[in-house]
Design a protein around this ligand. Structure first.
Ligand SMILES: NC(=O)c1ccc[n+]([C@@H]2O[C@H](COP(=O)([O-])OP(=O)(O)OC[C@H]3O[C@@H](n4cnc5c(N)ncnc54)[C@H](OP(=O)(O)O)[C@@H]3O)[C@@H](O)[C@H]2O)c1
Length: 254
């Protein structure tokens, strides 16, 4: 059975991707900080006759990240699909006094993605097959502070990786969802009551579409037609208009 390694598997989109992979018979390596939640998910997923490893790690910690990286590169139990999903929202501004959350965002959502993608891509290229799915965001199309910058990095990094990997049998996909119903907003303290129901996508739908696009080797995966249209519209706007839209989004969030 192919093995899938998913970071941020204890909740939300990562847990939904884990469930979808278990349903199709993939073995799993689940990574996150909350070992109790990971173990509970592992027990549930093993009922589908798949092997599930739990790797408790804070990806902002270089030593713990190195352990995950070693597992991803392990040739004896190769990882066929790496999902770099772990992440969190940022509500504080770059101009706020404490910049530690912004540095942690870069550690978890950029440096860990760089480290794990590289470890996976090198091992997969040697084998001649494998897939990497990096979770970016539709935020990459706007300029909502450091979160947009972080997710734009993930998107462009993954597109660049796909270029480097062309012809190797290994693919890289950047998943760019809009609003997904997970713990993300509550954890970040983002009020969601004013966001209309029709804008949301549930985590299961997002996971299914992301895995289908990854299987097809698509470089950019934007789930659902409405988010594809939003990405197209934002991409066609002049940058001053994108910044105007972003200002309205930041104001409504604040
Ligand atoms: N929800 C949305 O609307 C939305 C939209 C676009 C993109 N995204 C992206 O989707 C990804 C998944 O988010 P989600 O919506 O599923 O949020 P979520 O429900 O809050 O889940 C986030 C996951 O990341 C893990 N995580 C956070 N910090 C970590 C760290 N330092 N080390 C290891 N794991 C860590 C959390 O586990 P522990 O707390 O157990 O460590 C949890 O499993 C993120 O990259 C997010 O930016 C979300």
């Amino acid at each position: 059975m192919p093995t899938v390694c998913i970071t941020g598997a204890s909740a939300g989109l990562g847990a939904a991707i884990a469930a979808a992979c278990a349903e199709r018979g993939d073995d799993l390596v689940l990574v996150a900080r909350d070992g109790i939640r990971l173990e509970a998910l592992a027990v549930e997923l093993r009922t589908q006759q798949v092997a599930v490893e739990v790797l408790v790690a804070d990806l902002a910690d270089p030593a713990q990240l190195a352990l995950v990286s070693a597992r991803v590169a392990d040739v004896t139990h190769p990882v066929e699909l790496l999902v770099n999903n772990a992440g969190f929202g940022l509500t504080n501004h770059v101009l706020d006094a404490d910049g530690s959350e912004h540095r942690r965002a870069l550690d978890v959502m950029c440096l860990a993605v760089l480290e794990l993608s590289t470890a996976a891509a090198q091992a997969m290229r040697r084998r001649g097959h494998g897939r990497i799915l990096n979770v970016a965001s539709l935020s990459a199309w706007v300029t909502q502070g450091n979160y947009s910058a972080v997710k734009a990095w993930v998107k462009v990094f993954t597109e660049g990786l796909a270029v480097e990997l062309a012809g190797t049998g290994v693919t890289a996909t950047a998943l760019c969802p809009g609003w997904v119903r997970t713990e993300f907003h509550e954890r970040a303290g983002i009020a969601t009551s004013s966001i209309p129901d029709w804008i949301w996508v549930d985590a299961k739908t997002c996971a299914t579409k992301a895995l289908a696009d990854t299987d097809r080797g698509k470089v950019l995966s934007v789930p659902t037609l409405r988010w594809k249209l939003a990405a197209f519209g934002l991409g066609a706007l002049p940058r001053p208009a994108v910044r105007w839209v972003s200002r309205q989004l930041v104001r409504s969030r604040d």
